[in-house]
Write a protein of this length. Structure first.
Ligand code: SAM
Length: 280
């Protein structure tokens, strides 16, 4: 598959994702939250599209020793939940970048609503090729997104380029294991828009090659297994909204793809990891 075809598939995957701006706004209203007085403290229960919610943001912040003076890049920021959280709870400035225009539009709308647009800004771009100047950021973070990016070397070189020397990159991602067969990879690539999944040792090699000295690589597979079982149940609880928005066939396809994905965590076919690396 060409790179452009793959990027189009990623955009389409997130344009029809069960978590979206309209879905969040609907849920807020249903839960009796007044959109006029929305704060990050309330929104954080709705807008995090990664595993372990805001605790995972704190884990990354702790790993990089996040300071108020840091300018943070959130690579593949989605609807901006982690960016808003880090700005609100650590006082830093955050820039989010994401490939999918509907994610960036959602991120900007929600950030306006929480009154954080002065500290949190967004840009629509491919993480393998961003318009940021060299050495712009003190810290870069990312969660559950690099699994979609086909050229991990290019991605990590780009992250290294935009970080200052001594800058810190902390991210979590879905990783392959020795039990990830070619058939499983193909199905995950087709159904989940993944590309070029790496094992933990492969990630470490690629980080080093990109000029990022690996400090930590923590296996999260066991923790994620239970979280993902709950997440599948959460997506199933959104069935009515998903069917109404995208149709029954889309829900059925999503459900089968996500159930297969979660099953890989039960059988060791996939794992998860959190990395810290320092720009040389
Ligand atoms: C699972 S979501 C994670 C969103 C966010 N990190 C969070 O924790 O809420 C993955 C995001 O990666 C983005 N993405 C995938 N490939 C990308 C690329 N090549 N460049 C930039 N963003 C990309 C998708 O558009 C999607 O918003």
């Amino acid at each position: 598959m060409s790179k452009d075809t793959h990027l189009a598939e990623v955009r389409s995957f997130y344009d029809s994702h069960p978590i979206s701006l309209p879905q969040i706004l609907e849920k807020l209203v249903r839960d009796g939250v007044d959109p006029q007085t929305l704060t990050e403290d309330t929104l954080q229960a709705y807008d995090q599209d990664h595993y372990s919610g805001v605790a995972a943001n704190d884990a990354l912040a702790e790993l990089v020793g996040l300071a108020e003076s840091d300018h943070v890049l959130d690579i593949c920021c989605g609807l901006g939940g982690p960016a808003r959280y880090l700005a609100r709870h650590y006082g830093c400035r955050v820039t989010g970048v994401d490939l999918t225009a509907s994610r960036i539009e959602g991120a900007e709308t929600l950030t306006e609503m929480t009154g954080q647009a002065d500290r949190v800004t967004f840009l629509c771009a491919d993480a393998m090729n961003t318009p940021f100047p060299d050495a712009e950021f003190d810290v870069a973070v990312s969660q559950e997104a690099f699994c979609h990016i086909p050229d991990k070397d290019k991605l990590l070189q780009e992250a290294a380029r935009v970080l200052k020397p001594g800058g810190r990159l902390a991210f979590t991602d879905i990783v392959a294991t020795d039990a990830t067969s070619a058939e499983k990879r193909q199905r995950l690539e087709r159904e989940m828009a993944f590309a070029g999944l790496c094992t933990i040792p492969e990630y470490c090699q690629r980080l080093e090659r990109a000029g990022l000295a690996v400090q930590k690589a923590i296996d999260l597979g066991e923790i994620w297994r239970d979280i993902l079982i709950e997440r599948l149940a959460m997506y199933r609880s959104l069935k009515d909204q998903t069917v109404e928005r995208f149709g029954q066939a889309h829900f059925d396809n999503w459900d089968s793809a996500y159930a297969f994905f979660v099953d890989q965590y039960r059988t060791g076919g996939l794992s998860g990891a959190r990395f810290l690396a320092i720009r040389r």
